[in-house]
Design a protein around this ligand. Structure first.
Ligand code: ADE
Length: 236
């Protein structure tokens, strides 16, 4: 696969900040239309042209534009404007402790991305809702870099209902987050190779709430994320 142009799609500025610094990227204006709230950063790293986009700030609530809606639009714009050879969705996630996830682990995406909260109990719409969009094969990278790998399940909530948990299990997922399947859908329809890298901030089967764990472990996770991405870019 050609990887001269790599686009990163990241929801929160705090997830992206260490990576922006470590790759030496700088803020770039005029790449996306002025009407969208997303921020863009560009630069070169390991001989590759990099575009990194984050969701920016919601004008009403003053917090980061997270979850599947902004991710979909950001991915579309990144592909349309930057024409990447590869899209990488990076960020933080919850992990399944009983499947071996530990706080701070960095996971590469498994074979497919699925949704756990799009329930449409009608013939064929059920499968459509779940999704199953392909990931670029990360098994070689995982072996080479000693990273864990697993199926990622996406939903629009940080917390989780009983039904979500059942669906995450049915999806065969070990990682739960809020953007990857949306990014993967855009990449599927545009035939753009894509995989995800997610650092674990919380255990979804742990005793504490995800929000408490997320706040406590964000710094460790984003540091590990940036370190893993540098190594990934150097070995693509
Ligand atoms: N991002 C970090 N932790 C998460 C979780 N438990 N669910 C969804 N997104 C997350």
């Amino acid at each position: 696969m050609k990887t001269d142009r790599v686009a990163f799609v990241i929801a929160m500025r705090s997830e992206a900040e260490p990576l922006i610094k470590s790759l030496g990227l700088t803020a770039a204006v005029g790449i996306f239309p002025e009407t969208v709230p997303f921020e863009t950063f560009t630069g070169e790293f390991s001989g590759r042209r990099i575009l990194l986009t984050v969701g920016g700030i919601d004008e009403v609530h003053g917090i980061d534009n997270v979850a599947s809606q902004p991710a979909t639009l950001m991915t579309w714009l990144a592909i349309d404007r930057f024409k990447p050879d590869l899209v990488i969705n990076a960020g933080t996630a919850g992990g399944m402790g009983r499947a071996g996830c530990e706080i701070g682990d960095v996971y590469l995406s498994g074979e497919v991305f699925r949704f756990h909260d799009r329930r449409i109990p009608l013939p064929r719409f059920r499968e459509y809702g779940i999704g199953s969009y392909p990931s670029f094969d990360t098994s070689g990278l995982a072996r080479q870099l000693g990273l864990k790998r697993g199926i990622i399940s996406t939903g629009d909530s940080l917390d989780m209902t009983e039904t979500d948990l059942v669906m995450i299990r049915v999806n065969g997922a070990v990682i739960k987050e809020m953007e990857a399947a949306a990014v993967a859908w855009v990449c599927r329809i545009t035939r753009t190779p894509m995989f995800a890298v997610k650092a674990v901030t919380d255990l979804i089967d742990g005793r504490e709430t995800p929000q408490k764990q997320f706040m406590a472990n964000l710094r460790l996770a984003v540091d590990n994320l940036q370190d893993a991405i540098r190594r990934i870019l150097s070995s693509l």
